[in-house]
Design a protein around this ligand. Structure first.
Ligand code: HEM
Length: 181
């Protein structure tokens, strides 16, 4: 089985747990709810991306890595909504190697797939779009599918698939704990 299939199957339970923590798909979603969610995401993406930046071989694996950072998009949204970008941050241990980094990136990039659904909901209920507070969840726009496919092709070439799956599970667990605080 290729790594991407394993990642999907072997993290399905954790996706469900995380999705249940993201209480955003309610019709009575308020702006403060949404602002709180963005701040929570910032508190994970900022330290996680900082750790991923330290994994040098990730750049060889993914030549388009710099286009995939999202911390600045969350900051842009919080700015647009007049909120502070100073927020408590999750504690993230150094990432031991390339396979674990790939697993972490799988989770962070996968969040943009569900992000499309969240973006539609936020547009409908809060009238927020990429220019006025919903850049993060609209990330990649119509390039979403292509970006995911490119990532998948590259991740499938990773060595040590078990370590990649472990890295993805660890990252999902971090999201679950942080979003459930
Ligand atoms: C309300 C919140 C969420 C919803 C409704 C949601 C929904 C979805 C949906 C519908 C897909 C499949 C998309 C497709 O196949 O095109 C998906 C995939 C995925 N989501 Fe979420 N998601 C949510 C939050 C998250 C979060 C917070 C994360 C990460 C921490 C995440 C990680 C992933 C991953 C890794 C995949 C890829 C699964 C695969 O291997 O195909 N999701 N999500």
């Amino acid at each position: 089985m290729v790594l991407m299939e394993r990642l999907k199957l072997e993290t399905r339970d954790l996706h469900q747990a995380v999705e249940a923590r993201v209480d955003v798909m309610r019709p009575d979603l308020t702006l403060p709810d949404y602002q709180r969610l963005l701040a929570q995401f910032l508190g994970i993406y900022r330290p996680l991306e900082a750790r991923l930046q330290q994994v040098e071989p990730l750049r060889q694996l993914l030549p388009d890595l710099d286009a995939r950072w999202k911390t600045h998009l969350i900051e842009l949204d919080l700015d647009a909504l007049g909120c502070s970008t100073t927020t408590p941050e999750a504690e993230v241990s150094p990432i031991p190697g390339l396979p674990q980094a790939g697993g972490a990136l799988y989770v962070m990039e996968g969040a943009t797939l569900g992000g499309a659904i969240i973006a539609r909901h936020v547009a409908q209920h809060l009238h927020l779009y990429p220019h006025n507070g919903c850049a993060f969840f609209n990330n990649y726009g119509d390039r979403r599918g292509t970006m995911w496919k490119t990532l998948a092709d590259r991740l499938n070439t990773l060595p040590e698939p078990d370590a990649a799956v472990a890295g993805a599970r660890q990252t999902f667990t971090l999201f679950e704990h942080w979003l459930g605080r």
